[in-house]
Design a protein around this ligand. Structure first.
Ligand code: ATP
Ligand code: ZN
Length: 303
């Protein structure tokens, strides 16, 4: 049995994750949630004094904003859309007939609603901030957390289809946002040291779709636009990205019309924590029983 499956089985056996019959879609135990809550308090200890505005969006976003974001250009394979039944009574009868005989085509009649599943916690933020008008001098900082959906079913417990991302997003001048990103790369390393997790930081790229996507990915790497903080979870050879540090240059500023007071286009950067991945890294390195975790780790998480 490979390391991914055996870790997943141990998580099911211990009750930390709860099987649903779909790869990458799991219930979480109270204990698992308590670890995430404690880790989020640790994040607050590092970032709380920065004065970020906290906003919590639900795990679905406005489809019009999603369309404008360009997500379907770059990552069509990962997106999830919300479809509903909008038909007549006759349509309803044929739907039920299809379902009765186990014919999957019942879903073909479902129609797109105004909602799509949020692919990354920061996606609903940009149009929201753009509506508020020019950014104040010094830039702005937001604190977000959301369940995110990505259609990437896997037996690797660290690759889920619905998972939470905690994010800080900075908008301002190039200097504002690159300083912000660098400070979180330093903090990320310190934070993981407090909970005794081994990390390495490396340049990275997003999984852009198709042949044209290869070029976008190379470009992103060459320009150091994305870094990841990696922790071994189900493989030591391929450690898992538990945080990412993204500099979008003025791409989102241009797309959404985010302006500075002097009328120039804002630069943006975001820092994301993969909360399930971090919890799984803690369980992998310190054991499935939190009572047996090293005293220093328990103190960092629960005081
Ligand atoms: P990967 O290369 O591992 O697929 P990513 O580049 O897609 O990661 P981002 O888009 O930067 O990741 O997402 C921000 C953070 O969200 C990641 O650093 C990771 O911790 C977490 N994350 C991303 N995809 C998943 C997933 N499928 N399951 C759990 N956590 C995830
Ligand atoms: Zn990914």
């Amino acid at each position: 049995m490979d390391m991914q499956t055996s870790f997943l089985d141990r998580l099911f056996d211990s009750g930390l994750l709860i099987e649903t019959g779909v790869d990458g879609l799991y219930g979480r135990s109270g204990q698992f949630e308590d670890v995430i809550a404690a880790f989020e308090r640790l994040i607050d200890r590092f970032g709380g004094a920065d004065g970020a505005e906290a906003i919590r969006f639900p795990p679905g976003m406005n489809r019009a904003f999603f369309e404008k974001s360009g997500y379907m250009k770059s990552f069509p394979q990962l997106a999830g859309t919300v479809h509903s039944f909008c038909g007549s009574e006759l349509d309803h009868m044929s739907l039920l007939k299809c379902m009765e005989i186990g014919d999957d085509s019942w879903a073909k009649g479902q129609e797109a609603t105004d909602i799509v599943l949020t692919p990354a916690a920061c996606y609903p933020l940009y149009p929201t901030v753009a509506k508020r008008g020019p950014l104040p001098a010094g830039g702005v900082l937001y604190d977000l957390q959301s369940y995110c959906f990505r259609h990437e079913p896997s037996k690797d417990p660290a690759r889920q289809q619905l998972f939470r991302m905690r994010e800080y997003v900075c908008m301002g001048t190039q200097e504002n946002v690159t300083d912000f990103r660098q400070s979180w790369m330093d903090r990320g390393v310190q934070l993981m040291a407090e909970v005794e997790l081994p990390v390495e930081i490396d340049v990275a790229n997003d999984p852009f779709f198709g042949r044209a996507g290869k070029m976008l990915a190379n470009n992103q790497r060459d320009q150091n636009l994305k870094f990841e903080l990696l922790i071994p979870i189900t493989s030591t050879a391929n450690p898992t990205a538990c945080m990412s540090f993204n500099y979008h240059q003025d791409a989102f500023g241009t797309k959404w019309g985010l302006e500075l007071e002097d009328g120039s286009v804002a630069h943006t950067a975001c820092v994301g924590f993969g909360l399930e991945r971090i919890a799984l890294a803690l369980f992998h390195h310190h054991g499935l029983d939190v009572a047996l975790w090293p005293a220093k780790v328990r103190k960092a998480l629960w005081g």
